[in-house]
Design a protein around this ligand. Structure first.
Ligand code: NAD
Length: 484
């Protein structure tokens, strides 16, 4: 075991709970990296106590002072990028440049949090003579973030910098599958000067999540993961009268028109479906090929076949994930789909124990197949044929998800039609992965997000704060009217 058993962090101290453990695997080799404790209600309670103790001083610290910690944290993320990226690769499997991009994105998220003193300034207006209304933003208190396996460094940083910059104290519950990056996040924040108790980490699975949703001392919960668990968490947290923003799974449709630039479309689509081994909630999952697009599909197949698993493409997260993905492909093939590029038999020399599956493209998939409807979460793209952009939009709109959608075309009119009619929170034109960059906010629609608002950017300010509306009158000479 390369790393010592993972510990919780409560009140600035790393502690080992008295709890059963789960093995943590390196998906590239199948080797055991560490063990993670499966904490429970007791550990969540201790974390809430520590966060509550830190809250009065932290929330009373002016925001400009609070973000000084984050300026230093951003520098530390950049300084330690090689080491942080290597850790992401070890526990998640993604290749080196994808892991670096993830850490760089964490730095960008932190940069946005550093700008919050300029953005979350409140409002003031003289509403009638001598009477002034102002709005000031206050933290909500002790809050929690529950995160998935696919971005061990970035997704925690979707919530941590903004939530703490805005004055909250937080409990992070990382995915038990990738628990190692969280420790470095906490250590670097401590080195940057974050006071003990502002951020706790409680490791575990379902029991920790349920304890977070139930604990009366926690005011708000952000969740990122599958739709099934997002619904469970949203219902449970809001049932306990907490605010909750729960981001779920995805089934992103890319509509490809015959006039699309062949090279741009082909390379972008293959990069979108195969990046991070298809384990991104923004990954291309369904390509809706409108009429004469054979030349683009042929080029996509060429690009995908040239990819070298183990070098250009990492493994999927687990043996179970590999089995699940393979099953989807087998079933679609049996139902009549054509396997254009087949990654099922992939073995990486020297990494035979890794959970590799090569890029896979299936053509002539029909909308009724499970592989066309459900989230596969692997490097798999299905192609559904459509006659017109209106047909393509009907197919996209029928999906219960609504994270991202894209169109590849040279026509402004067609692009505008898709931007307007796609039922998704994040829409791209000639972009395979339409992630909004800061200060724009990240968040989907429909079954890809439960709750109001977005998780990053300006949209997160509302979630992590509560507005206080104040009305004041100091001018005794002012005219008297119904308001004064
Ligand atoms: P997951 O839903 O299995 O796990 C997410 C979190 O929920 C983890 O911390 C896990 O410990 C916890 N959890 C798991 N089962 C639970 C249960 N029964 N009760 C309570 N908590 C439970 O998701 P994952 O496999 O870690 O991540 C992949 C999923 O996340 C995909 O569906 C992907 O689309 C989604 N995702 C969505 C976004 C987005 O922005 N919408 C971003 C990243 C990932």
């Amino acid at each position: 075991m390369k790393y010592a058993e993972v510990q919780n962090c409560i009140g600035g101290a790393f502690v080992s709970p008295d709890a059963p453990t789960l093995d943590v695997y390196n998906p590239s080799s199948g080797e055991i990296l560490s063990r993670v404790p499966l904490s429970g209600g007791r550990e969540v309670d201790a974390a809430v106590t520590a966060a509550r103790a830190a809250f009065p001083a932290w929330s009373a610290t002016p925001i400009r002072e609070r973000v000084q910690v984050l300026y230093r944290y951003k520098t530390l993320l950049e300084r330690h990028i090689d080491e942080l990226a290597a850790l992401v690769t070890e526990e998640n499997g993604k290749i080196a440049n994808e892991a670096r991009a993830e850490v760089l994105k964490s730095a960008e998220l932190t940069e946005f949090a550093c700008s919050l003193p300029q953005i979350a300034t409140g409002e003031v207006l003289e509403v009638s003579r001598g009477v002034e209304c102002r709005v000031e933003r206050y933290p909500v208190g002790v809050v929690a973030a529950i995160t998935p396996f696919n971005f061990p460094n970035m997704v925690p940083n979707w919530s941590i910098p903004n939530a703490i910059a805005l004055g909250n104290c937080m409990i992070l519950k990382p995915s038990e599958v990738v628990p190692l990056s969280a420790r470095r996040i906490v250590e670097l924040l401590a080195e940057a000067g974050l006071p003990p108790g502002v951020l706790q980490v409680v490791h575990g699975g379902r029991d920790v999540v349920e304890a977070i949703c139930d604990h009366p001392g926690i005011a708000a919960v952000s969740f990122v993961g599958s739709t099934k668990i997002a619904q469970v968490v949203y219902r449970r947290a809001t049932g306990n009268l907490k605010r909750c923003l729960a981001l779920g799974g995805a089934k992103n449709h890319l509509i490809v028109m015959p006039d699309a630039d062949r090279e741009m479309a082909a390379t972008n689509i293959v990069a979108s479906m195969s990046g991070c081994a298809g384990q991104r909630c923004m990954a291309a999952s369904v390509m809706v090929a409108v009429s004469a697009t054979e030349h683009i599909i042929a080029r996509m197949a060429e690009v995908a076949r040239k990819m070298v698993p183990g070098k250009d493409l990492g493994p999927v997260i687990s043996a179970a994930a590999k089995e699940r993905i393979t099953r989807y492909i087998d079933e679609a093939e049996a139902a009549g789909a054509t396997v254009l590029v087949d990654g099922r038999k992939t073995v990486v020399t020297g990494k035979e124990g890794g959970y590799y599956i090569g890029p896979t493209i299936l053509d002539h998939v029909t909308p009724d197949m499970a592989i066309a409807q459900e989230e596969v979460f692997g490097p798999v793209l299905v192609i559904i044929r459509a006659k017109s952009v209106e047909d393509a939009i009907r197919i996209e709109n029928a999906s219960p998800y609504g994270n991202a959608a894209s169109v590849f075309t040279e026509s402004g009119g067609v692009a505008r039609y898709v931007m307007e009619h796609a039922s998704a929170g994040m829409v791209g034109v000639n972009v395979g992965v339409p992630v909004p960059r800061e200060p724009f906010s990240f968040g989907g629609w429909n079954d890809s997000r439960f709750g109001v608002g977005d998780i990053t950017g300006r949209g997160s300010i509302e979630f992590w704060t509560q507005a206080k509306k104040m009305t004041t009158k100091w001018n005794k000479e002012a005219g008297v009217n119904w308001m004064s």
